[in-house]
Design a binder for this molecule. Structure first.
Ligand code: AMP
Ligand code: MG
Length: 284
């Protein structure tokens, strides 16, 4: 199945999350049925990212958004970990600092855009400035409304000027799945550190968040920086879908390993020389 096509928000289309099933898992029944395919995707991602790194002409920006406990951290852990950490930078965006608040909303984000050859992962992102800011009225409408256009322009700048490929994943879980995950965190001492009281106050604003996500997905899915709505109730299906979209997108870049910058025949001669010397010294 081509997940790229299935889950991509067509630019210009109106997103209605009510019509999408967060528990969707295609023809796969369970974790075991996706394991092999997931592994194949991860291997492809490993190989393709090495080419991206060596080639140094393109870069990749992956944006992860979703309501609390939707699986942003888990996706980093299970999918992004296929990449060589040397070429990847993961940035989590928290509440802005006093200094950041005194700048435009993109000021703190831009330095984390990927340099050529690199992959940047945004765990939350500039979209918080049209999500939490809108839901909690942290800024008046006159301030957040123009941001959709600013975001589209800024993302375009990255793609045009720096050959950045942008993939934006909205990890979509249902409200009862969220409560199950909160319970699991509560029951697992290894995960209790992740709990905050705000999880519950944010949950009360579920409908407002859904509306804000729908607006962001509708207004900011563009040809140059598409959104994908990933049904994420099943973690194994989420990992499969995200990994497959990343692998297929990198594949389409037709990345090639650069030609060696040295004369390989000459280097072979040097190697032979070194080997002969080594053998002589061992014999003598
Ligand atoms: P977490 O990702 O769970 O560590 O939480 C980070 C918190 O920072 C979340 O509650 C976000 O909503 C909040 N946050 C991130 N970006 C912004 C922003 N631009 N304005 C206000 N809150 C933000
Ligand atoms: Mg949280």
């Amino acid at each position: 199945m081509k997940f790229v096509k299935k889950f991509r928000v067509e630019p210009g289309s109106d997103v209605n999350l009510g019509s999408i099933d967060p528990a969707f898992h295609a023809d796969y029944a369970n974790d075991a049925e996706t394991a092999q395919e997931l592994q194949r995707n991860l291997t492809r991602i490993t190989e393709l990212q090495r080419k991206l790194y060596a080639d140094r002409t393109h870069s990749l920006l992956i944006v992860l958004q979703g309501i609390d406990s939707a699986g942003k951290d888990g996706t980093c852990w299970h999918v992004i970990s296929a990449m060589d950490p040397q070429g990847v930078q993961v940035t989590g965006f928290k509440q802005p600092t006093p200094e950041e608040k005194e700048h435009d909303f993109l000021w703190r984000v831009h330095p984390h855009a990927p340099r050529r050859g690199y992959v940047s992962i945004f765990n939350r992102s500039h979209y918080e400035d049209v999500l939490v800011v809108r839901v909690h009225k942290l800024a008046p409408k006159e301030v957040w409304k123009p941001r959709y256009d600013f975001i589209n322009e800024w993302e375009k700048l990255l793609t045009v000027e720096n050959k950045t490929t942008i993939l934006k994943f909205f990890l979509y879980i249902s409200k009862d799945e969220q409560l199950k995950r909160f319970k699991a965190r509560l029951d697992d001492p290894a995960n209790q550190w992740k709990i905050s009281a705000s999880d519950y106050s944010e949950r009360e604003k579920w409908d407002d968040y859904i509306k804000a996500f729908e607006a962001a997905l509708t207004r900011c899915s563009t040809e140059h920086a598409p959104w994908f709505v990933i049904p994420a109730n099943h973690k194994w299906f989420r990992n499969l879908a995200v990994s497959s979209i990343i692998a297929d997108t990198l594949d389409d870049l037709n990345l090639k390993l650069p030609k060696p910058s040295v004369d390989i025949d000459e280097i072979r001669r040097l190697y032979q020389q070194a080997k002969n010397q080594e053998e002589r010294s061992k014999a003598g």
